[in-house]
Design a binder for this molecule. Sequence first.
Ligand SMILES: [Zn+2]
Length: 368
Amino acid sequence: HQLKASNYPCQFEIRGEVFMHKKAFERLNQERLDNGEVTYANPRNFASGTVKLQDSAEVAKRPLDCFLYFFYAHKNQFKTHWESLQTVKSWGFPVCEHTALCSNIQEVLAFIKTWETERFKLSYDIDGIVLKVNSFAQQEELGFTAKSPRWAISYKYKAASAQTILESVGYQVGRTGAVTPVAHLKPVLLAGTTVKRATLHNANEIVRLNLYEGDTVYVEKGGEIIPKITGVNEALRNADAQPIIYANNCPRCNTFLVRKEGEAAYYCPNDEGCPPQIVGKIQHFIGRKAMNIDGLGDETIESFFKKGFLHHISDLYELNQRIDELRTLERFGEKSITNMISGIEKSKEMPFEKVLFGLGIRCVGETV
Ligand SMILES: [Zn+2]
């Protein structure tokens, strides 16, 4: 952000709140997932963790944003809070657009009601709104309690929550072999979107929830992007329902799952033979942050694997011996083949650290 005007006082204080747009958070977590790193639970934790960092250059790199909501100068030039915010906005400070000047409590209540549902359309999460007395003279008269001003109060919305049926529990196997349980739900409207899945995190979570087949569950969407199950309505449980038992074997290759000391996640150890691990590793290798191979995408890797063309990263470099076979594939023209082969050829010039990262060794990141 850059300040525009020059008519601001030479000394003033401005306060605000740092936040993160949902899209930026999703991108960040996807990148971490691609790198085999642990994802952040929610934008709020990520933002507050970032602000606490000592390294301001690192903070500047992170995709955070802010809204400013409080202006103070020794010589106050404003009569109202509204006026001060409009002015700092005109100076170029980021101020939230979604504010209203209300002249009575009915207008305040209408504003609260509107944002009860409108908030789900915002590009960031909010959990409530703040009401403030506008006149600075009245603010001064009201003063402070030991903890907070008497002229400001927050109204918190209830976390969006819904009740639905657990239809089944499925498992996702990642590139590193980590197995994540996912709840498949009877579709239910929650926070403006239809929810069909919720994360179950790991085996401990299934035990903690005491989850049974066909249970009626409470689903909540808090600061997290992916909804989670917060509890079970045990009164509605079928008498003959069976408890959910975490899988013993990999859902994709049937290998017996293992759990490492001190880790919550189970892993499929069959890294050479488990389809999602093979495909995931090759997809990681060709990715933007690794070998960045042009003319080759995740879907192509998936279909080449199914055709038996790819089983290991090194097979990419033998695709040029399969050109006749590639020509027989649907939706795969001469130009795509040429682009792909030249992209693969060019990747041989990538520096070694990209190759090392591309191999996706656990705990070896971009800079380790
Ligand atoms: Zn497996």
